[in-house]
Write a protein that binds this ligand. Sequence first.
Ligand code: B3K
Ligand code: ZN
Length: 873
Amino acid sequence: TPVIRLEDYQPSPFVIERVELDVRLHPTTTRVTATLALKPNPKGRPDAPLVLDGDEVNLKGLSLDGRAIPAAEFEASAQGLTIAQPPRRPFTLTIETEIDPTANTQLMGLYRSSGNYCTQCEAEGFRRITYFLDRPDVMAVYTTRIEADRDEAPVLLGNGNPVEAGNIAGTNRHYAVWHDPHPKPAYLFALVGGRLGKVGKDFTTMSGRKVKLAVYVEPGKEERAAYALDALERSMRWDERVFGREYDLDEFNIVAVSDFNMGAMENKGLNIFNDKYVLASPETATDMDYANIEAIIAHEYFHNWSGNRVTCRDWFQLCLKEGLTVFRDQEFSSDERSRPVHRIAEVKTLRARQFSEDASPLAHPVRPTQYREINNFYTATVYEKGAEIVRMLKTIIGEADFRRGMDLYFDRCDGTAATVEDFLQAFSEVTGRDLSHFSHWYAQAGTPRVTIKGTYDEAAQTYRLDFTQATPATPGQPNKEPMAIPVALGLVAQDGRPLATSSDRVNAQGVFILDKASDSLTFTNVPSHPVPSVFRGFSAPVKTSLDLSNTELLVLLRHDSDAFNRWQAAQTVAMRLLVALSTGAAVTDADITGLSAALEMFIEDDAMRDPAFAALVLTLPSEADIAQEIAADVDPDAIHKARTELKRRIGSANIGQLWEFHQLLADLGPYSPDAASAGRRALRNVALDLIAGADKRLGERLAREQFDTAGNMTDRLASLSVLTTLPGAAREGALTQFSERYRDEPLVLDKWFALQATILEEGTLERVKGLMNHPAFSINNPNRVRSLVGSFAMANQMQFNRADGAGYAFLAEIVLRADELNPQLAARLLTAFSAWRMMEETRRKHAQQTLQAIAEHPNLSRDVSDIVNRSLE
Ligand code: B3K
Ligand code: ZN
């Protein structure tokens, strides 16, 4: 397959100004008539042929300015349509195609989900509906007429505003016409037809525009859409208040579907969602589900400006909309919830998903320079690291200039397809700063490591910090330049008091910019040997080596004014112990009691003040986090043993207090998903988990009680999760009870699949294989596959990486099966292998052989072959 390169970008030789689509929905033979108003692009090659993209479309008719084009003058296949000598003036092309939505198992283009028609066009799905210039810099005004059987699809939705609807006389069919006045790329096109229930409300924008908001779901589930609708309204208000951005159509519709390749899609005025990120009730959704719904509703809404009004020139610029929009949704959640707690959650995700990607053969820059399959670049690097870059930019230039730059960017680029350069240019202009060094963050892959050494000079009362930075080699990038790294920092006295710091290298916000391979800064008037608190709030996406003792770190846990670094201090101490225990290095009893005593103090003094924060402090780094820290010759069994042991020690040392938390924090009133209530549940459930790790019988009893009496899914699932860590009849009984209770709730059964797939025991693989035959499982449904197979491969490090290679062989088999139906899903699962090179030799060999066997399999999709080949490189 060909490699697409950023450096080869050329403007399209033709532009499409207007699109009229007439879609006659039918389960197997949907007819699409596209009328395209084309003209040569003055910026494009003047003599170029017209080459339209296509994918599995069946051409039924083609005319130019109303006249059929003779067969000799065009070439059409399932993959494209070429007119060698198109007119060099404006002209109209009318294309009739036939497609089969029922046969569409890829879930790209127009497909059916539970009998409803829906679409997914990003990145290159529109070409599966009709032949088109399917690239984001071709922006057109769309009018869509949708026609369908009245019984089959009473609801017909399109982009933009509704203009007309009616019945077709003498038939059982009806139609609706939608017009979207905002020019958009084809990837933002959408339509929906189906039987759907709805909840709605009116919204008035800041300038007084009236908008109808609606969330469409499976009939009967309307009540479960209330939280999503509320989150939408809050998002719209927030974007007006914080970014000055207003909505721009008469309607905003969200549709939940049960077969969806990712979380959701920001189609203009018609967002389509995986129902997992819309439907919530206390009985079926956890606190985590509620938080995800809020974040994803916001994310897709925010795309209306960062993505839709200003879109991307080409797919290399994907981070322009995704990184920025993740940043925006993170800020929204931080404002709606607890900022420090949310920041810790963001960083945990970043480290788990992006740092691991950066350390793997799939590492790539936030703005990649080449791809074979763009769908494989919707990655943690583009999204999460992309968001970190925007955050660093804000840290460096300050809040006020950041807002001015955003305003300039939105206003100047409105209605255009922009680049990363356009984005940075806006900030350069408002600040007068040269951001060219900063832009390395977009181009260089790999996680920089910053090493910091502190030296106190008692006589001079100075404290010097010496910094060095280095970024490891990644595929295609053997040598790296130093990056511009904002280091937010401060000093804390050994007794915990904050020290007034002064250094000419640190700005008023407490930020030092490290932009050389090595640099140092000196604080003056430092009365005693301080403990440095660096990268406060995780001010840059880097790894840090710091020569602090555990005792000094535990001073930070107790006293730092920065909540993130308090959490980080506890994690760092725990990680040191876990790595040592996992690799057979010496660990003294004093090392362990040092940590558990500090946690004991934390529990007594602080935990109840902010339970959500306490829950995070009391959660040890995951087994995958530990593997990443060890990074070479990883033995997942040893890691599991080490973590279990440390957890047991911390639990035993604090069992009385933990038990008290478990009693004290029980939900009394009715369930509320707000952050404070969720925080209390989180701490209670972390306490339960620690108790069970230390005292099986007590843990089992408390978990069983909680399971039987839980008034909401958060507590019920948490207790079931604890029970699954304890082999025996109680566990199996609870699992059966749970599945019977939620027999008709696919999204709840997904949680049940995931829990069983993540059991850290040898029998898990057999269990997972058995569950593949469960009536609720289907390899065609991405949510089911991700819950069962995805959880096993991505969230059960120990059992996926079995020493006998059976976990790898299983995943390979599922990937190959899924690839025939849904390549995007298959490719995503396959990325579970990305850590293979850091495993110890036996596992590494098994993984390599398995990957090689996949690579040699005939008829791989482009998606899977791209991932497997890069993984092996
Ligand atoms: N933009 C979509 C992702 C599309 C993925 C295509 N493979 C959802 C989002 O990021 O908002
Ligand atoms: Zn997005």
